[in-house]
Structures are given as C-alpha cells and as structure tokens.
Ligand binder design. Structure first.
Ligand SMILES: N[C@@H](CCC(=O)N[C@@H](CS)C(=O)NCC(=O)O)C(=O)O
Length: 225
C-alpha cells in the first residue's frame, strides 16, 4: 500500500517533515519519494506543478489521490490507516477537540515564524524598516508565549493533546525549526522541554531534516525573540 504513495519533499521544510513523520507513525515506510532542492528551484519543476499548482512542497499523492497540503495529507493518512501504527486522532471528545484546535493553530504559529524569517531573508538590510522588524518580532513573541502556556504541563506522554497525536506531528516541526533559527531554550523552557522530549522519538529521528546537520552554524535570526 505504501508503494502507491509518492512524496516530493524538500529538506528543512516543516510541512514536508509533518507528512514524513505521519508516514513513519502509520508504518508506511517504503513509499516512493524524491528530495528536491529549493536552492535550485526544483519545487517549481513541472513534476511538482502537476501535483501542486502552487509549486510548493510537500507534493503528495496516493495513487490518483492528490493532497498537496501537509495537514490534509496527515489527516488523510490517519483516516486511511486508522488501525495501523500509532493512533493519531484521540477518541475522547475533549482530547480530539484540543488536538484539532492545536493542529490548526499551527498555521498561525508558522505564519508568525515565517514573517520574521522571510522579512530577514528577502528584504535587503538597508531596506528594512525598524517598525516592521519590531512588530513582527513582538507578534512572534506573543505567539510563542501562548505555546509556552499550552505546554505548561508537558511531560513524557503528556504532549499537546495528551498522548502523541496529529497535533504534535503538525506543531513539532515548526517549533524545531524555530530552535534551528536561534530561538532561546532559556526563554521558552516548556517549548524546549517539549522539543527534547520528542526529538528522539523514532518517527522524528528517522525523518529529521538532514540539511540541519549540514549547517556549520545554526542561523541566529530568531535570537532575542
Ligand atoms: N500550506 C502548505 C505550505 C507549503 C509550503 O509553504 N512549502 C514551502 C516550503 S516550507 C515551499 O514550498 N516554499 C516555496 C515557495 O512557496 O515557492 C502546506 O502546509 O503544505
């Protein structure tokens, strides 16, 4: 069954990582995949555009079924393979509600991390406005403080919505990405504890972006947030 699946992905991309973690958790190893280079613009290739007309990664399909949104792909895999591997959507209404809530809130988290990073990456230094830099950083700080609260009682087996779930699959890569870009573990001790509790989970370890190990130094764009 995994043989009918094809994932086009880029290393270091949190949305791609989500899908890969889900495939591991659902014991779907053996799926076909291709690593593409953002630097070389391979995400705009015809092969990607045929699956995802936005030219973004991940681009995923299962047979003729295309799901080119990472959260959609994670939900699809859990629903298609409910009884296989880890159960990623809890049964209890309270935990399920929390899981969906946190999972969808990850969109805001990713957007706020992206706003700070892309402003830095895309706007040349002399053209940056202090007011925009300040506002973007303040918005991200407020967002991270919220996640710090959400993770107040984090412990082994007690993650974003109780046991490990799709909420963690979806949120974890964005938080790991933030640390990769210099987020301070001292300022966000609960997020750091969460990061450390999950970093050696087999599905996460097996799929952790190789690109991050190749960098000489971590980037520092989120330092001081
Ligand atoms: N909402 C999409 C976002 C995908 C996305 O933004 N992918 C980035 C990599 S992290 C990308 O391909 N960027 C290249 C571009 O937008 O041209 C999802 O969750 O799958």
């Amino acid at each position: 069954m995994a043989k009918s699946m094809y994932l086009l992905w880029g290393s270091g991309s949190p949305p791609c990582w989500r899908v890969m973690i889900t495939l591991e958790e659902k014991k779907l190893q053996g799926y076909k995949h291709k690593l593409l280079s953002f630097e070389k613009g391979e995400h705009k290739s015809q092969e990607v555009m045929d699956i995802n007309p936005r030219g973004q990664l991940p681009a995923f399909k299962d047979g003729d079924n295309i799901i080119h949104e990472s959260i959609g792909a994670c939900l699809y895999l859990e629903n298609q393979y409910k009884s296989q591997g880890t159960k990623l959507i809890p049964d209890s209404p309270a935990e399920q509600a929390l899981m969906y809530q946190r999972m969808m809130e990850s969109n805001t988290l990713s957007e706020k991390i992206g706003t700070v990073l892309y402003y830095h990456m895309l706007v040349p230094e002399g053209e940056r406005h202090d007011s925009a830099v300040k506002r973007n950083r303040e918005n991200l700080t407020a967002e991270l403080q919220l996640w710090e609260k959400y993770l107040e009682n984090v412990a082994a087996g007690s993650y974003l919505a109780g046991a490990f779930s799709l909420a963690d699959v979806v949120v974890y890569p964005s938080l790991a990405y933030a640390f990769q870009y210099g987020l301070s573990a001292e300022r966000y001790p609960k997020i750091a504890k969460y990061y450390n509790l999950l970093k050696d989970r087999p599905s996460i370890k097996a799929t952790c972006p190789q690109k991050w190990f190749q960098q000489e130094q971590r980037a520092e764009m989120l330092k001081g947030i």
